[in-house]
Design a protein around this ligand. Structure first.
Ligand code: MD3
Ligand code: FE
Length: 227
């Protein structure tokens, strides 16, 4: 760890990207302690407008992860399927705006990970409490499957499961820690992946929770949206 007591702030910031597999790069500690703190405050603000909810899969099962979104589109699931929606079905209002520095952080990470011109219009915010998990799945509800997905992990560590292009392919286990950013693109974009049940724990910043932000190019934006 070195001579200081602040590993998140000093030791991992300049760690070079680690290639997990073709197209997937881990940026350990790319979201530093200070950035992580700010993200957590803003997550709380987003949850005031669009609270976390346990969505129901088309098969009728309640997901264990609490979810919300910000940005032009949000990922939703209910009995009629998975989709991106500009409206939060709970509040009846548009999802909270994506904070500008979130967009910039995601774009910087994408660029370091090898993807220029990433313009995410959706950020799914997952909150894991003890025991929450995510079964193996692919992310393929997005408009632009050539665009990467950028994920930021905050709070408690989790074991991420990273498989291949077939559900039955072997998967690796990867620990994702507070501040780790991963860029998933190219051949890894349609890889099956999931998260093992979150063990009980307490993180100095998030208490009993793990948060994960995923930035996506989800939908078709209308010209009147501006920018
Ligand atoms: C690999 N979230 O929200 S982030 C999801 O930790 C999701 O909450 C997990 O899977 C979480 O859909 C994992 C890492 C991640 C996200 C998207 C990917 C890995 C990916 C898309 C393709 C391949
Ligand atoms: Fe996913």
């Amino acid at each position: 760890m070195g001579s200081n007591e602040h590993p998140d702030l000093f030791d991992t910031v300049n760690t070079p990207p680690i290639e997990l597999t073709a197209g997937a790069r881990v940026l350990p500690g790319f979201a530093t302690q200070a950035v992580g703190n700010l993200l957590l405050l803003e997550i709380e603000e987003i949850f005031r407008q669009s609270p976390t909810r346990q969505m129901v899969t088309p098969g009728g099962r309640k997901m264990s992860v609490g979810m919300s979104n910000c940005g032009h589109f949000g990922w939703v699931s209910d009995s009629s399927g998975y989709r991106y929606s500009p409206i939060d079905p709970i509040s009846g209002l548009p999802w909270p705006a994506m904070p500008k520095h979130w967009l910039e952080l995601a774009q910087e990470a994408a660029a370091v990970g090898g993807y220029d011109d990433f313009i995410p219009d959706a950020c799914l915010i997952n909150r894991y409490a003890v025991g929450a998990r995510m079964g193996l799945h692919q992310d393929r509800d997005e408009r632009n499957l050539n665009a990467p997905i950028v994920s930021i992990s905050l709070g408690l560590e989790a074991t991420f499961l990273f498989g291949g292009l077939k559900r039955s392919d072997r998967y690796r286990r990867i620990r994702l820690r507070h501040g780790d950013v991963v860029v998933w693109g190219g051949p890894s974009r349609l890889a099956f992946h999931g998260v093992a049940p979150l063990p009980a724990g307490s993180h100095p910043l998030t208490g009993p929770y793990r948060y994960n932000l995923t930035f996506r190019e989800a939908g078709v934006r209308q010209p009147e949206d501006g920018e």
